[in-house]
Write a protein of this length. Sequence first.
Length: 226
Amino acid sequence: LEIVWQIKIKYKELGGVKMNLMLLGAPGAGKGTQAKELIDKYGIPQISTGDLFREAIGNKTELGMKAKEFMDNGQLVPDSLTMSIVEERFKQPDCQNGFILDGFPRTVFQAEELDKMLSKMGKKIDKVVALEVRDSEIVERITGRRISKSTGKIYHIKHNPPIDEKLEDLYQREDDTEEIVVKRLTAYKNQTAPVLDYYKTQGKVISVDGEQEVSKITADIMKILG
Ligand code: AMP
């Protein structure tokens, strides 16, 4: 019993599981959904550059206003703006015991800068989870995606409608229209897909079938991570 207590105390001191994870995949592959599952399971925060930009837009900051122009067009926000928002986020104390990167890095330049930034902090990326979903699925998923204003939970009008939450509580992201999704997919293919190869050469990529049930995907990820 004494040993069990000591392990529990040590675990708490360490702040749960120390893991620096990254979720990679096309828009709509389920990165945000899985990040939210993993926050609870591992006790580490999600860092979503998309969420950080949307927060900056909501606060009408200068950075937010600059980012909005690109986001509204389905284009990537320039690397310099992206790196500055990430650098600020990493200064927060909750990232010290691990994090789940969601939607970042999206260019090889960002990946290289991230590695440099982490190495200065004595950290590194442990694993990269690649969520694999066919293109034909993406458009259907994104255009049907709705988000809860009160909880931030992600739903789909057809495949995963809310049970507890009211439909009035849901909203659709401005860039989740078919026209913009096509542009976001092009940006993914041209600029973000090479990031996967970057981490493959580092031997860090775990590929997971992203077309299964949400809970099955989470289970697969956790099984591989241990
Ligand atoms: P997301 O919420 O991850 O789908 O991101 C929404 C939009 O924010 C993207 O279409 C981009 O315009 C912008 N964005 C988010 N993360 C990044 C990033 N790491 N680099 C460049 N642009 C980003």
